[in-house]
Design a protein around this ligand. Sequence first.
Ligand code: GAR
Length: 179
Amino acid sequence: MIGVLVSGTGTNLQALIEAKLPVRAVASNKQSAPALARIRDLPTASFELRDFESREQRDAAMGEWLLAQGVEVVVLAGYMHILTPGFLALFPQRVLNVHPSLLPGFPGAHAVADQLAAGVREAGATVHVVDEGVDSGPILLQERVPVLPGDTEDSLHARIKEVEHRLLPLAVEEFLCAR
Ligand code: GAR
């Protein structure tokens, strides 16, 4: 059973659901995340940092909630906070992330803008297993995405997301099958 963590618009969450993967629960660090509004028939919860004394306590509460929903594998679908080691220990080697670059190149929260600023001809999308680093951890699937003349951050990100919506469900399905 999958738990999905989101912070943003949730198009990757939608792709997981449309692929009929066993999504059991959705959590966010932002109560106002548009991704949560997409969900009608699944348990959702938000864990705002300001409601907890520390990031460790917030992540512990979020992890316990996911476990209580029967979640075994966690997928970060546009989740923009770094997870604490305590959270990762609840789901050892069972947290996956999608990232809009060809990792290990361009980790971090501004990968699309960083790739444009660097003038690369090829951007990309990567799905990987999360470890304690920033967008590090073993790569499961990766695909190149061309950067076109005149691209803006929005146009390039939209092209990358098209790939992510295919790559993420595929990587999750393969990961679940291999378990
Ligand atoms: C995706 O492009 C994902 O790769 C990126 O946030 C976007 C979320 O879009 N994640 C990161 O940058 C993580 N470092 P979505 O909310 O529409 O799925």
